[in-house]
Design a protein around this ligand. Structure first.
Ligand SMILES: [Zn+2]
Length: 325
């Protein structure tokens, strides 16, 4: 269902106030990867400088109008806090579990908004002030445990996923992004609305801003004396890659994709100009370097440049003793 909707600057500003906790963001690809048929998320860069693009009101308006689709990061690494918590569920009984969680939240006096998604839903909680990611996670895991709602990664393949996905992320890292609500999902080719308000941008945003927000005092009370369950803490400790829905650019370590531009997908690979060839003014056809889509740690220059040469060419020589990045 394609609707041409207009997002006013005021609407974009309110959206930023609700959802944007840092200005780094991801974009959903317009075309799916041939290998998987899925629309991946990537970090967009300025054409000339190569600097990552930052969210603006215009970007948000374009997202709301369906021209682009953005992904949003939960945690700001400056203070390890987030503005919202989103519970993502996309398995068979996902909606039942989300509704159970929503009911339990209501018992605590916490209002939430249920958003439809491609296979299940996302349950959003907004916070009065940015709150520590770790405490947000403790609270939701505790609720899930009480209700017997499965948590993905706790030894289970299916279950809810909590955004923020990390307790903390290091400076320069991003954590995982979630699809920004109210845009058009490129794979489903449609907009997913929140239950509880009319299906217009104005009504939806008004509904979201009307929800009572969880306060720091409340969260402290709900989480007093509790920790992230050990099986989940282990999975998400530190700033691990936890490559959820952002296969391309969410790697804290060296990622060749951060150093090449104008990649295109051919079969299972991204193809682009080899940085080492480029130094010698070769590879003007821009197709010598192949990078495996499913795991960008694997890349190869068809003209024979070694990994050492490529790393040196992008100014990130392989450290002595490190052999696997
Ligand atoms: Zn080369």
């Amino acid at each position: 269902m394609k609707q041409r909707l207009t997002a006013t600057p005021a609407l974009a500003r309110t959206y930023m106030d609700l959802f944007v906790n840092r200005r780094a963001f991801t974009l959903q690809s317009m075309r799916p990867l041939p290998a998987t048929g899925r629309h991946y998320y990537y970090r967009s860069k300025e054409r000339d400088s190569g600097a990552p693009l930052l969210l603006t009101e215009k970007t948000v308006a374009d997202h709301l109008e369906g021209k682009i689709t953005i992904g949003l990061y939960a945690i700001n690494p400056l203070n390890q806090r987030c503005k919202w918590v989103a519970i993502d569920a996309d398995y068979a009984d996902a909606m039942d579990d989300l509704i159970k969680l929503q009911h339990q939240l209501t018992q605590d006096g916490v209002e939430s908004a249920l958003e439809m998604s491609k296979r299940g839903g996302h349950l959003w909680i907004f916070l009065a002030v940015p709150l520590l990611a770790r405490k947000c996670r403790i609270y939701i895991y505790d609720l899930a445990q009480k209700l017997g709602v499965p948590v993905k990664g706790s030894g289970l393949a299916e279950g809810i996923e909590v955004f923020p996905k990390h307790d903390e992320i290091r400076q320069g890292a991003f954590g995982n992004a979630i699809r920004g609500p109210l845009g058009i999902h490129r794979g489903a080719k449609r907009r997913f609305w929140f239950y509880g308000a009319d299906y217009t941008l104005d009504a939806q945003i008004q509904f979201l801003t009307s929800l009572r927000r969880l306060t720091e005092d409340e969260l402290d009370r709900f989480t007093a004396g509790r920790e992230v369950p050990s099986n989940l803490a282990k999975l998400h400790s530190g700033a691990g890659p936890a490559n959820g829905n952002e296969p391309r650019r969410n790697r804290p370590a060296f990622c060749i994709l951060d150093y090449v531009s104008e990649t295109r997908v051919v079969g299972r690979n991204y193809v682009t100009r080899c940085p080492s060839c480029a130094l010698r003014d070769r590879d003007r056809g821009r197709d010598n370097l192949a990078i495996l889509v499913s795991n960008p740690r694997f890349y190869q220059c068809w003209a024979g440049c070694t990994k050492e040469m490529i790393r040196a060419a992008v100014g990130k020589p392989i450290p002595i003793g490190a052999r696997h990045e």
